[in-house]
Write a protein that binds this ligand. Structure first.
Ligand code: C2E
Ligand code: CA
Ligand code: CA
Length: 670
């Protein structure tokens, strides 16, 4: 009724319960804002997060409408906004689906193209091994055309066998077990009956039920790769030139031979022979590379004739160095016969291009099991024996002995000592007196180098100088020693009755060092030693390799004021020519001639002739190695100017010489 209505209105007004409809303008604005808020994230952010924010928006609209009604008594109808968002959802979802489909389609095309373009055969089977699909490449690996393969069991159309015992590959059980497999390379028989080496990969495709499971079988032809790796292996284990096993394979083969020998429990020996062609570098120089390569190939061919049984190891381990291992040697006594037969096979000459070249070989031999059981050690021992053989001359053979081992060991020690010899005070200079023949007055000293190890043991120069020379250290050691000796002589000469001369050895190698002249000059000026009292002893055989370079250097040394002596005169091809062609002021008669004075008839005539000749050329003579009064007397009567030898003093350390000189007052006693 009207009264009730009005009462309710009044009540509503009093209790603030009346609801007002939102104005059309504000409602529209809110709807537009909601639409924008829904659409904008899709423009700027990913679909997934935008869909999420759309959902939140949907809830917010409903919440807003509810709160406006309850709290503000304003009615905002959410319908239009909700409808807009829902329609938006449908539109965007459709668009999204279409894009997804398009990309799936593209992906499928890509996979198809990949499958058809690869050379590997790819087969898809069902869980029982029936072929479902294949790519084109499968043709090579199937015994039937690909069009007929589908629906057949895979093991009926792909024939695989194991490589070593040629058993059929157990395809059926592999497919049934449905675990990924990558068996060792297998042999596949193609439709043409060709055998191809293949690599197989079987991968199950996971599925919810066993009967839905599929298998992907990939077959790759690896015969070419296998061939290539075989070739690479061959190159790595064979000498390129001769095709014989190189050092790597020789090691391996020797190891196998030893293993075999140890298993057979035979009593026989095995000879490891290190063979070197003599004078090969000079062949290379005179014949040229092509002919000398042919020569090596010829030698390799001869050696290959030993490869008759599996136990024989033949190898080419360096330029002109070969290894031959011969088994079944009954005992040590048979070794020489065996080596003679090896020499017979190698022959004395080899044809290379149009020439026949006579060859000799040097051999070093170690014996298994006498010398060692280890391949590395045996090869090293054979090499040590080879080096020893080379020292005794060309065409020689040496069996390894433990002495050689000791020598090799000592050489190794020397090499180690030489490194850092100066810093560690391993390098010592000894001084041996030089005396006037008639008065025995000490007129000088010869500086002699020694190498001393931690225990105080001395190494003689004959042992370490060749090593120092080879390692390039001799030059540095020599300069250090020259400085030390010059400083020592300056100290002595300040006190001596008359100044002492320093005789200093220069090896041909030191003489040719580029910085010799400046270093000598610098040493003389910094030590203050008078160059007139410095004499360099140069060994005679240097001049065999005649060159104007050494002559020039000698003249430069003379120009500094120092003197030059020819050392070891009478040992080399003593050409008297040298005496006049080079600027020497003194000749040192070698100790072998002095020794012969006591034992060989006619040797005093030789020393006498040398002394007269040298004097006639206005040079002085010193004789070294004087150990007995008889030698002294002979040389005195022959007019030799100076003497050196154990008779008048051994090589001494600086301190020993100081006190010796003081004690004898500068006059040696015989
Ligand atoms: P070398 O120059 O002929 O030196 C003389 C050698 O004869 C020295 O041997 C010396 O100890 C030895 N000797 C001296 N008197 C007698 C004697 O009465 N009887 C006998 N049997 N021997 C005697 P060392 O010191 O062993 O030197 C050997 C060779 O080493 C030297 O022969 C020399 O060629 C070389 N050498 C030594 N020191 C040096 C050096 O500092 N530099 C260079 N480049 N070579 C050196
Ligand atoms: Ca000397
Ligand atoms: Ca000498």
């Amino acid at each position: 009724s009207g009264v009730e209505f009005n009462a309710n209105v009044v009540n509503g007004l009093l209790n603030n319960q009346l609801i007002v409809q939102i104005s059309a303008g504000v409602g529209l604005t809110i709807n537009i804002m909601a639409t924008c808020l829904f659409v904008l994230p899709f423009v700027f952010f990913s679909t997934r997060s935008s869909a999420l924010s759309g959902g939140l928006l949907l809830i917010s609209v409903v919440l807003f409408s509810y709160l406006a009604l309850v709290r503000l008594h304003i009615w905002f109808p959410p319908g239009p906004a909700l409808l807009t968002i829902l329609v938006g959802y449908i539109v965007i979802y459709q668009h999204y689906l279409r894009r997804l489909l398009r990309s799936l389609f593209k992906e499928r095309q890509r996979s198809r193209t990949t499958l058809t373009s690869i050379e590997d055969g790819v087969i898809r089977t069902d869980y029982r091994g029936h072929i479902v699909a294949v790519n084109d490449a499968v043709q090579r690996f199937c015994t039937v055309p690909t069009t007929q393969a589908t629906g057949r069991l895979i093991w009926e159309v792909v024939q695989l066998h194991t490589r070593h015992d040629y058993k059929p590959y157990p395809f059926k059980s592999c497919i049934e077990e449905a675990v990924p497999r990558r068996p060792k390379p297998l042999l596949l028989t193609s439709s043409e009956g060709e055998k191809i080496l293949v690599q197989l990969a079987i991968t199950p495709v996971p599925a919810s039920r066993a009967e839905l499971r599929e298998m992907i079988v990939v077959i790759s032809d690896i015969s070419e790769a296998h061939q290539l790796s075989k070739q690479i292996l061959y190159h790595e284990t064979h000498n390129q030139l001769s095709g014989l096993p190189n050092v790597t394979l020789v090691h391996e083969n020797l190891r196998k031979a030893i293993k075999h020998e140890l298993q057979t429990t035979s009593e026989s020996l095995m000879a490891i022979i290190d063979i070197e062609i003599d004078r090969f570098p000079s062949f290379r120089e005179s014949l040229g590379n092509t002919a000398s390569d042919l020569l090596l190939q010829e030698v390799a061919k001869q050696l290959r004739t030993f490869q008759h049984s599996g136990e024989t190891v033949v190898g080419h381990i360096g330029g002109n160095e070969f290894i031959l291992v011969l088994g079944n040697v009954p005992d040590r006594g048979h070794i020489m016969d065996l080596l003679t037969s090896v020499r017979d096979v190698l022959g004395e000459s080899v044809a290379s291009l149009n020439e026949t070249i006579s060859l000799t070989y040097t051999m070093g031999v170690s014996l298994f099991p006498e010398d060692s059981l280890e391949p590395e050690v045996l090869l090293r021992q054979a090499n040590t024996a080879l080096h020893r053989a080379k020292e005794t001359g060309r065409g020689k053979t040496q069996l390894f002995t433990q002495n050689m081992q000791a020598r090799a060991q000592r050489l190794f020690e020397v090499e180690n000592l030489l490194q850092g010899a100066i810093e560690n005070q391993h390098l010592i200079t000894l001084y041996q007196p030089l005396v006037k023949t008639d008065t025995l007055q000490i007129v000088g000293v010869e500086a002699l180098m020694r190498l001393r190890d931690e225990d105080g043991e001395y190494f003689s120069p004959d042992e370490f100088i060749p090593v120092a020379e080879e390692s390039g250290l001799l030059i540095k050691l020599g300069y250090y020693q020259l400085r030390q000796a010059c400083e020592q002589l300056v100290a002595w000469n300040n006190l001596a009755v008359s100044p002492l001369r320093l005789s200093f050895n220069l090896s041909p190698y030191q003489l040719k060092a580029a910085d010799l002249i400046p270093t000598v000059k610098e040493t003389l000026s910094s030590s203050g030693f008078d160059p007139n009292f410095l004499e360099f002893e140069i060994t005679e055989n240097l001049f065999l390799e005649e060159d104007s370079g050494s002559r020039q250097i000698m003249e430069q040394l003379r120009a500094l004021g120092t003197e030059l002596a020819i050392d070891d005169f009478g040992t080399g091809y003593s050409s008297m020519n040298y005496l006049t062609r080079f600027p020497f002021s003194r000749v040192k008669i070698d100790k072998s001639l002095v020794r012969d004075l006591a034992v060989k008839a006619g040797s005093s005539a030789i020393t006498s002739a040398i002394i007269n000749l040298v004097h006639s050329l206005n040079m002085l003579v010193i004789a070294e190695g004087v150990e007995q009064p008889f030698q002294h007397e002979t040389l005195l009567s022959q007019g030799c100017d100076e003497l050196q030898g154990f008779s008048f003093g051994y090589p001494m350390t600086a301190e020993e010489f100081s006190s010796y000189y003081k004690d004898c007052n500068g006059i040696a006693s015989p």
